[in-house]
Design a protein around this ligand. Structure first.
Ligand code: ZN
Length: 304
């Protein structure tokens, strides 16, 4: 039962290696997959073998805070049936496959704020869960100048198999978690976690953090104010804007329910080591906790 405040000192599962400078764990070092929630659809995932993990990770599912963290681009994992999509190992390690560093920050925030998190467990090169099903970049054929051979000439059946194997079960997991949070307490808030490259097409990005939002200011405005007071260079709808359809996951799940929501982008070079990820997790946890303690956040509200 949620006691009405976000915990300040509840740090769970931390190991003595947390203060090391070790690089971000590779997918093969990831913790074992938790069991899927009761009632999860496990049939009809044609691209996933029975021994392959579910296409999402439910982290800290019993977290008590009325808050859901989501991470669309948590991993570079590709289902065995997809092979390498015709890309080299070096290309598959790049940001085109995943949001470097953000999974660790998301899990860290979930621990510190005692909130559940849902993370994707498939590369956005297979299908981008932060895109609507009719978005032409749903299954990218080109990303940051890299052609993706395995995504060319896909049949309608191939596309449907990607949707059913990855996109749909991930979004169903988010929906189930929001339903469970809403059933047990106040209207939950929702925070979507991403990371961005420090340079794109030769242009440096000066922000350390981007806060993306559209009509609902409840989390975005106070969060930007707190971070700027700490001296963090914060982009307001930079380096992307939530006002051009960016942020599909939030606008699919949070906005229709009137839930307070925001999308946070962190520059990848700040969180691509374990030490960096922990430092930014701490900073963000403190700021989010303060913003979430505004009781008005945990209420359904419509903005336009
Ligand atoms: Zn992302």
């Amino acid at each position: 039962m949620w006691a009405g405040t976000i915990p300040r000192h509840r740090i769970l599962y931390y190991s003595p290696t947390d203060m090391s400078d070790s690089p971000i764990a590779s997918p093969s070092d990831a913790p074992p997959a938790p069991a899927e929630p009761v009632g999860a659809r496990v049939e009809a995932r044609p691209l996933l073998g029975p021994d392959e993990p579910a296409p999402f990770e439910g982290f800290n599912p019993d977290g008590a805070a009325p808050l859901l963290l989501v991470c669309d681009h948590a991993t570079r994992l590709l289902a065995r049936r997809l092979g390498t999509l015709g890309l080299s190992e070096a290309e598959l390690a790049r940001h085109i496959a995943w949001d470097i560093g953000i999974a660790e920050v998301t899990r860290g925030l979930a621990r510190r704020l005692d909130a559940p998190a849902v993370l994707s467990r498939f590369s956005r090169l297979a299908i981008d869960p932060n895109r609507a099903l009719d978005d032409p970049t749903l299954i990218p054929q080109l990303s940051d100048g890299v052609v993706i051979p395995g995504n060319r000439d896909l049949s309608p059946g191939d596309i449907q198999a990607r949707i059913e194997s990855f996109h749909r079960p991930y979004h169903e997991a988010i929906k189930r978690t929001l339903d469970a949070l809403a059933a047990r307490g106040p209207a939950p808030a929702m925070v979507s976690m991403h990371s961005f490259t420090p340079v794109i097409k030769g242009v440096e990005r000066p922000w350390h953090l981007g806060i993306l939002w559209d009509a609902d200011p409840r989390l975005a405005r106070p969060l930007m104010a707190r971070l700027r007071a700490l001296g963090v260079p914060v982009g307001d709808n930079q380096p992307y804007t939530a006002r051009d359809g960016h942020g599909y996951t939030l606008f699919e799940h949070a906005a229709p329910r009137g839930l307070a929501h925001v999308l946070i982008e962190i520059r990848q070079d700040l969180i691509d080591t374990h030490h960096g990820a922990v430092a930014w997790t701490d900073r963000l946890a403190d700021s989010l906790r303060a913003v979430l303690e505004n009781a008005g956040v945990f209420r359904g509200a419509r903005f336009s």
